[in-house]
Design a protein around this ligand. Sequence first.
Ligand SMILES: Nc1ncnc2c1ncn2[C@@H]1O[C@H](COP(=O)(O)OP(=O)(O)OP(=O)(O)O)[C@@H](O)[C@H]1O
Length: 721
Amino acid sequence: MPLKFPLRIRFFTHSLPGTHLSYNPSSSVPLLFRIFSSRLNYFELGSRINFSTLPNRDQPEFERRSRDGGEIRASKSLIEDEEELSNWVSGFRTGSSRGRLTSEDEDAGSNVEDRSRGRIQEKRGIRNQVDSFRDKRYGGDRERGFNSRIQGKSSQASFDGRKDTSFRRDRDKEDYKGLRKREDILEDESSDQDVKSLVMGGIGDLLSEDDEEVDQDYEFLKKKAVSAFGFDKEKVTEADKARNANDSYLTKTRFDQYPLSPLSLKAIKDAGYETMTVVQEATLPIILKGKDVLAKAKTGTGKTVAFLLPSIEVVVKSPPTSPDNKRPPILALVICPTRELANQAATEANTLLKYHPSIGVQVVIGGTRLGLEQKRMQTNPCQILVATPGRLKDHIENTPGFATRLKGVKVLVLDEADHLLDMGFRKDIERIISAVPKERQTFLFSATVPEEVRQICLVALRRDHEFVNCVHEGTIETHQQVRQMHMIASLDRHFSLLYTLLREHIMDNVDYKVIVFCTTAMVTKLVADLLGELNLNVREIHSRKPQSYRTRVSNEFRKSKGLILVTSDVSARGVDYPDVTLVLQVGLPKDREQYIHRLGRTGRKGKEGEGILLLAPWEEYFLSSLKDLPITKSPLPSIDPETVKKVQKALCHVEMRNKEAAYQAWLGYYNSQKMIGRDKDRLVELANEFSRSMGLDNPPAIPKLILGKMGLKNVPGLRAK
Ligand SMILES: Nc1ncnc2c1ncn2[C@@H]1O[C@H](COP(=O)(O)OP(=O)(O)OP(=O)(O)O)[C@@H](O)[C@H]1O
């Protein structure tokens, strides 16, 4: 077929430096997006081509690459939590959301339906998004060296489409305001899994892409790549492996070896940072040269300082703003996926700014009053702004003069970049990037940068950016000094096991500090209630708690010892709690990356730690995604009958409505997991097993509307109300 050949060529050239795959949605048959959305994920050409420009150095454990060609990942769950869903459902009932349900172009960002539809669109139109997004970044100038010169037409069309969408967005501003209110509650966008999974669960099946034709194309492309570049696998030397095994996060390089402001150096010294960490040493010289950077480095190895320090330098070197300027520019913009992380980054920035009194850091996050933030930004110095995406977008659209201030941005940072560029945040990030100048420096940092997200990263970065990878391919992404175990036990034993494991850990560690990760916010609440009933010293953090409470608990946990934090994924990434002795993950993590980030809450700064993943037998398949990590099977501790009784008794004291909410959230979460959600009968059997494990033989009834949205209407074993 004539169409196929050019598609292959274009796809292939995408991995070459300075080239760009173009995609014409009108002609590019489903075959192309099927290749992109599934196979390219595993097409590792990007990771195998090292365009290193650094001279050989044997000390730091990083490698640099030119931009490479991973591809777009399948999206994640999109609905934030039950509250959002039920709000939306009521909106639907009253007809207020109806327009959004049918309009393809609606772009209210936080609308549940938008998001769920977005997931399908991501699969189908992802190439479009990258093209049009890149158009924005490069001002629609197709002559900027991408091979889009050949394919400019289609991209221009999609750019026009975007203009249309933003026009509509303006038109619907009022409507949008109402939606933002709801989004505020959910500012930890896509961090809690609850009912955001509900709607998506039924969609998974539509997204299956196995197809013989795709297989053939994949093989063809792979062969071409290997023959063109003459190698099939990135070489990992013994020296690399030895360095990784050593796993030291500090280097011998001092900060004063670089041309940093003396006042910053003084603050660094006061903070007790003597030498640079690996990622700091690897990125600082490149950033100081003015380049964009995509950096991958293990958890807890100082990425925050790595991006803050050079950002501060940019601010220091910028001319001071006149006091008469009513809209002084924001010079550095740091985006973090969660509120806790944003607060933490701001605190670190303040540490580094100790001797720069005229430079101010402000934080804008959801869950606080917009008006207060507006006032703070207006009355205090605000050259550096740390924000979560939803709230930042809100300010862009609703705070007078804010958009003008953003025009001063010289540095844009995306912390946890892979997560921010994932589907849950993508629209907000697009909006934000379009609000800051194209002429800027951009830094993307994360402990995980899956191949399939790399392509998306390109939309924010300049063509000549550097990829700094401090985790060599072929070496492990987690810390050697963290002992990782998994345990497989039937659901009915999970609560007793959890209690037993915690008790044993407490007995062995006087200064214990444990984080228990649960699948959803409501399951987190249930587990926290249960452990509290069992007289363990617990705190809980998840998206259903008010922000003030979350900040308080987070600060308390940071400082304490002898405490267990039960949490959802709002604490999975970036949060720096020192000296965590154990991370216990109960149930299926959202994906491999989330497992790594959660585990990364222990073993920070070279310290030791322990990680346990507790799964049910039908969740065991997840382990195949961790097979390159040093995680071993652990025998189950024996549980004495007294413990079982004690746990059952404690469960009786947990409020019924919390159990009901946990059941519904559990069902929604696993419904969205492709492997489990596929077979609805089996899913419901498992959910009812979970219900029994809470002591409820009769599973709680679920509103019909919600069952409908989950695609679970009339599935035997469910009770509808
Ligand atoms: N040069 C340094 N020397 C010693 N400690 C440092 C240095 N730089 C940063 N730190 C400390 O290391 C700890 C971990 O840093 P940070 O939270 O930035 O890690 P991270 O790599 O961003 O982790 P994650 O991937 O989990 O987000 C922090 O307590 C920070 O203060």
